[in-house]
Design a protein around this ligand. Sequence first.
Ligand code: SF4
Length: 391
Amino acid sequence: MIINPVELQNKIRIKEKSRKAGAYFHYPFCPQKCPYCHFYSFSGGKEEQDAWLATIQEEISLLAGELAGLIEIDTVYFGGGTPSSLAPEEIELLLLSLKKNFSSDVKEVTLEFNPENPLEKLQDFKQAGINRLSLGAQSFSDKILESLGRLHSAGDIFESVSQARRAGLTNINLDLMIGLPGEEVSIFRANLQGIKAVQPEHLAVYMLEEIEEVPFKKNWEKNPVPEDDLATTYQKYQDSLWEMNYQQYEISNYARPGYFCQHNLKYWEYKPVVGFGPSAASHLGFVRWQNVPDLKLWSEAITNGQMHLAEYLILSPEAALKEKLMSGLRLAAGINWELIRQEFPKLDFRPYEARIHELTARGSLEKAGPNIRIKASQFLIANSILSELLF
Ligand code: SF4
């Protein structure tokens, strides 16, 4: 669907008291496709990469024309793809372009970095404005890394973190995948030893939830991991990371005190985020949209002053409430029920409250002061708890 940004602006009513918003850049290029990947990414040539860089700057000024008065950018996230393939000057250029077009007071700028990328760039990324590094580590086991088709070794992770520390980066996340076929106890130990050695401030420890039509699916189907094993693995990480002074603040995310990811919190707290680049998703007020996952279609529309969207939704209050509960209850702190009620004064909360009562009696939800939350012991079945609550 092709729309004019003016139409988008007309539909947005910001209710949030704060106008603070995140900006997300999707860089869709990777040197090689990982067999489990379902993100929009491919190995583009120089011409496509240059087109991306030119178009995304046009997209920033196009959207700013309609949205700049509504928001103030305070977090930026470069995701992908492999955005660490960008040159530091290109990162600087995009940050400058944001600053010129939107009012901003940026506190956190994250770059996803793959450990096989040249480490000498880290110093320049820091100087370009990056202050948080998210390392696509995935595992400290070379055997697992090989089965995932990754281009780096466990040794590269250690070197990346050392170099990042030397460059002065003091906020580092490691992405780790767990619950994979062939994951023995030795792999759990290797991961814990790796975490102890590099002491990241933040960890995203996640499981492959949906295996779509990707090459890794065959491996997954040949060696399915029993649900009980998944639950045991998940809990082992929960317990060990807690002992290592990491706070689990979301189903898959752990951080040392003061290091929650401010950008990702915007998704869970349902705060505004504007996405740039093909396939990037945005959410402002009661409107949600996603750019088409196609470099050519995305860039043709932007060049014509339009937006090519794969999804464009104007949410009813009921739908917005459901989305808000669905994302907010992923947080360990849960959601403040009274505030939610005040935000949607016209909705009938009785059916939700009856289900909350039931789920609390059953031990799936609990009250914590003014908040309602999923019990940490039930995180692994959060999806089924949420569907009982919401549908
Ligand atoms: S590096 Fe990330 S985005 Fe690129 S193919 Fe692998 S999983 Fe996908």
